[in-house]
Design a protein around this ligand. Structure first.
Ligand SMILES: [Zn+2]
Ligand SMILES: [Zn+2]
Length: 241
């Protein structure tokens, strides 16, 4: 027997549903609403759930409309009876209430990425990595972030530019220098971090100025927890501890 139950919604999908509810004045949308059909089709084009696990009802207008009700009835101003909804629905809703501009921009970036097909090309296999799954702005934008900062050509360019300007590859946040510590074995070793926040990183190509060279420890710390640290937050943390 094949699975008929659609896979659970992931953060990216809930972000798009939540953004639609927001645009609708935090009221849910009926199945007959053309915006529900539009979102249903968009969700079916997201490269998140493999075809084999989707089932026949995958993100149909029924399910999408129900999801908007789960979100709308969890809004703090809603006075009626709540539908079920899950912890993720409430969490994403809270993200929208806390950071309305950033989350609306993240939804925009996800939508335009799906429409242009630009997410299809980004490497899969990140889903197992908890730090990616944890990004407030969802998996697709996080995947793109990691793909950009691991682009070998860009990395090489950045390293060369940095070396000719500073003469060493010390971590821009904490000053750790792999070569100074490990000798020739650590020469030219450093990680690239893309500094634009996910919601603002759009379709544009990466400029060298968008990259920061940091050690592996600092890079881990940036991506640990939600939301990811800004370069300023990271540096302040190091200074004050
Ligand atoms: Zn560092
Ligand atoms: Zn990074």
């Amino acid at each position: 027997m094949t699975a008929t139950r659609a896979p659970a919604w992931v953060r990216d999908e809930v972000i798009l549903a939540c953004d639609l509810v927001r645009q609708n004045g935090w009221r849910w949308l009926l199945q007959t609403d053309p915006r529900v059909a539009e979102l249903s089709s968009l969700l079916q084009h997201m490269p998140l759930h493999p075809a084999g696990v989707r089932g026949p009802k995958f993100r149909n207008i029924n399910g999408v409309s129900r999801k908007t009700a789960d979100i709308a009835t969890n809004h703090p101003d809603y006075r009626g009876k709540r539908t079920h909804g899950g912890a993720l629905d409430r969490e994403v809703l809270q993200n929208f209430l806390d950071q309305p501009k950033e989350m609306a921009a993240a939804a925009d970036a996800i939508r335009s990425g799906i429409r242009s097909g630009s997410f299809d090309a980004t490497a899969v296999g990140w889903d197992d990595d908890e730090e990616v799954a944890e990004a407030v702005e969802g998996r697709l934008l996080a995947r793109r972030h990691f793909a950009r900062e691991r682009n070998p050509r860009l990395r090489e360019k950045k390293i060369r530019a940095h070396l000719s300007q500073h003469g060493s590859l010390a971590c821009e946040a904490c000053g750790f220098d792999f070569e100074a510590t490990y000798g020739p074995h650590g020469a030219r070793y450093i990680e690239c971090h893309h500094i634009l926040p996910l919601h603002a990183s759009g379709q544009t190509t990466t400029r060298l100025d968008d990259l920061m060279l940091i050690c592996a420890n600092c890079h881990r710390m940036v991506h640990r927890g939600k939301p990811w640290l800004t370069p300023e937050e990271l540096k302040r943390m190091i200074r004050t501890h």
